[in-house]
Design a protein around this ligand. Structure first.
Ligand SMILES: [Zn+2]
Length: 341
């Protein structure tokens, strides 16, 4: 009697090919493996794992004349072997020896090769290797280390990085409805002290970074976007830097300026401190009683910055300056009464 378990059933449904695909993290179902699918070979002086497979399918149209494949107008016409660098498994350099189907179009006489999303056309390094390289580039690792781990050359690592950089380069095509402007100190720039950075205010994705925060640089940069895109911007979140305000209306006619909450809180705190110090100083040179109030204003500066609802009105503590047990709210009431102006 055969005992059927869920695992057993899954094993039957999953073919030999599915299993191998899963084990080496390959998604394309048009790639099928040979009966003897894996062997160890010495490649470039190193023991390597080699997977043998073929890539074939029924093409929908001809790559050359774009005519639809009907009534066997495109026929299979042999294979071409490609040796593709795959992601290293069990620390061995790993290769996919792939026989790519060659097709012949009877309508135009052109021949073309089967393609797969696993690698770019004419490229012998799988996308997965490139993705892994890019992933590791975000760590503080040397090119040499990454190259070694992926069994590729340092030059390939650098080329992969440059290529990715070009793909992600700002195309100046679209702008989001809300932008966030900010600046940061950058050691790279010698001209200005700050670099300018702007991001999508809702997704927080950085859109671009400018070398300095000069009005001219910012203006020239945003003018590269078509007016239609700039009109789409509804709000711009900025810090307190006055330089931006003038530019915003000119570059983004429909946008309103929103002051960043963090910078606003900073501004209110500063205003509160200034008022407290001003009041404090009026008590500075007067009688001994006034001198005591001066010391109180100085001592309890933190209470002024606390939200009124957060002040403690229940716990009594002995405070030397008041010479009695008193709550935070009572201290605050007294301090505020000092400012009558
Ligand atoms: Zn054709």
């Amino acid at each position: 009697m055969i005992v059927s378990t869920p695992h057993f059933e899954r094993m039957i449904l999953m073919s030999h090919n599915d299993c191998i695909r899963k084990s080496i993290d390959l998604k394309d179902k048009n790639i099928t493996f040979d009966h003897l699918f894996c062997e160890e070979l010495v490649i470039k002086g190193r023991k390597s794992k080699v997977y043998h497979a073929k890539l074939s399918y029924q093409p929908e149209e001809c790559k050359e004349c774009k005519k639809e494949n009907t009534k066997h107008s495109i026929v299979k016409n042999g294979f071409m072997l490609s040796k593709i660098k795959w992601i290293s498994h069990t620390r061995y350099p790993t290769y996919l020896f792939l026989r790519k189907q060659r097709f012949l179009c009877r309508q135009c006489g052109a021949s073309f090769l089967a393609e797969s999303l696993e690698f770019e056309k004419h490229c012998f390094i799988a996308r997965r290797v490139k993705q892994s390289v890019l992933f590791e580039l975000t760590d503080a690792t040397s090119f040499k280390d990454i190259a070694k781990r992926h069994a590729i050359s340092s030059t390939t690592v650098i080329r992969t990085m440059r290529q990715a950089g070009n793909e992600r380069r700002n195309q100046f095509k679209t702008l989001p409805e809300t932008l966030c402007f900010d600046e940061f100190t950058s050691t790279k720039n010698k001209k200005g002290k700050y670099s300018f950075i702007y991001s999508n205010a809702s997704s927080h994705k950085i859109i671009d970074i400018l070398i300095d925060n000069f009005s001219r640089t910012i203006r020239d940069h945003f003018l590269r976007y078509p007016l239609k895109e700039r009109l789409k911007v509804k709000a711009i979140v900025v810090d307190m830097n006055a330089g931006y305000f003038k530019r915003v209306k000119e570059l983004f006619p429909n946008a309103s300026v929103v002051i960043d909450r963090f910078h606003l809180v900073q501004l209110i705190n500063r205003a509160l401190n200034v008022t407290r110090i001003k009041t404090m100083n009026t008590y500075r040179t007067a009688s001994p009683a006034a001198a005591k109030d001066y010391r109180k204003l100085k001592r309890y500066w933190k209470l002024f910055l606390k939200e009124s609802n957060d002040l403690d009105y229940q716990t009594y503590h002995y405070h030397r300056l008041f010479k009695k047990v008193i709550t935070e709210t009572e201290i605050m009431d007294y301090l505020l009464s000092l400012n009558n102006s």
